[in-house]
Design a protein around this ligand. Structure first.
Ligand code: SF4
Ligand code: SF4
Length: 335
């Protein structure tokens, strides 16, 4: 069967399958986990109360469309075991709990995504031994599940919360010198949601600069100017000091060192290249760049979404759609 094989059923992979289906083309999504949707399934709607275009619902809509299309086939709990190139494309051998299948692909889209930075990898952050230090994903999951946030150690609503930007990104020492591009946006919109849900909450953002969002930075500054419960501190905290309440130690712009305690410290984690990238690159005969992201100059192998580098949900969807357009052209050219 002439089709496109898509590795990964997150935002980019779903967008690719939907675009191919709209063009009348067949695709098979090969997804390692038991569900489609990727990490977006853990994200909360940040409407506060009106939609703030956080795009967390976008992959859900795509999943619905892909699941309703007879041109989109899905293999879950599936792994690629082997790839054999032929003049017509690739034979992709896939293992599932039900056995082995060989998919004939006219083109392949690699949309396997990235991994959120695990803050326990940085012992200075004490995310393992301090219950009130939460990653942004922890906060998203809690909000998605309960539509409110409580202090893990007390069960009470938080009064003082710190949001620390650039955790696991823009960090040369950790081999992640890049900006993860999504965390300023989600942190700002999560902050809006939290302020809406908890009118007494005081929020302090710790940030170096508000990178991919020059317009939104103005919005952030306007918000902080208009809302006395929102404070901006231009600093990257050096460490969390565990205690009854987590304490941040940070250098101020005047170069003094301050310590300040909060009910919750949220770490806005960035994206790390997926550990499977080297194996995927070897299987498909493409490259991994110096930072660990997939790069392909092979005609029939396209890379989309965060497997090629940090992106937000909308950019991942756009790249998945664009990859589907290229794959369609490859298939048409080989007719
Ligand atoms: S999930 Fe985000 S984009 Fe969707 S309705 Fe909520 S705020 Fe809007
Ligand atoms: S998007 Fe913002 S928080 Fe994330 S790495 Fe870039 S500057 Fe830092």
């Amino acid at each position: 069967m002439r089709q496109v094989v898509i590795l990964g059923g997150g935002a980019a992979g779903l967008a690719a399958s939907v675009e191919l289906s709209r063009r009348g083309l067949v695709s098979t999504i090969v997804e390692r986990s038991p569900t489609l949707g990727g990490r977006s399934l853990d994200l909360a709607c940040k409407g506060s109360p009106a939609c703030v275009r956080c795009d967390a619902c976008y992959p859900h809509d795509l999943r619905r469309e892909a699941s309703g299309s007879e041109r989109v086939h899905v293999m879950l709990r599936a792994e690629v075991e082997e790839v054999r190139w032929t003049p017509e494309g690739a034979e992709v051998k896939v293992s599932t709990p039900d056995g082995m299948t060989i998919l004939e692909a006219g083109a392949v889209i690699l949309a396997t995504g990235s991994t959120p930075f695990d803050p326990s990898a940085d012992p200075r952050l004490h995310s393992q031994d301090c219950p009130d230090v939460l990653s942004s994903l922890d906060v998203e999951r809690r909000l998605a599940a309960a539509n409110r946030l409580t202090v893990p150690s007390t069960g009470r609503p938080p009064q003082e919360m710190a949001i620390v930007q650039c955790v696991g990104s823009r960090d040369v020492k950790r081999g992640a010198p890049y900006c993860s591009k999504a965390c300023c946006k989600y942190a700002y919109k999560l902050g809006l949601r939290l302020r809406h849900l908890h009118p007494d909450l005081r929020l302090t953002f710790f940030f170096m600069d508000w990178r991919p969002l020059e317009d939104a930075r103005k919005a952030l500054e306007a918000w902080a100017a208009a809302d006395s419960q929102v404070r901006l501190v231009r600093s990257r905290p050096a460490e969390v000091i565990p205690g009854e309440r987590p304490t941040l130690r940070y250098a101020t712009p005047r170069e003094s060192v301050e310590e300040e305690s909060f009910d919750i410290v949220m770490l806005s984690v960035g994206m790390v290249p997926c550990s499977a990238n080297p194996r995927l690159a070897e299987l498909f005969g493409i490259d991994v760049d110096a930072l660990g992201h997939l790069r392909s100059d092979r005609e029939r192998v396209l890379v989309a979404g965060t497997s090629g580098g940090p992106k937000d949900i909308r950019e991942s969807v756009e790249e998945g759609t664009a990859a589907a357009g290229l794959a369609a052209r490859i298939l048409e050219a080989k007719d």
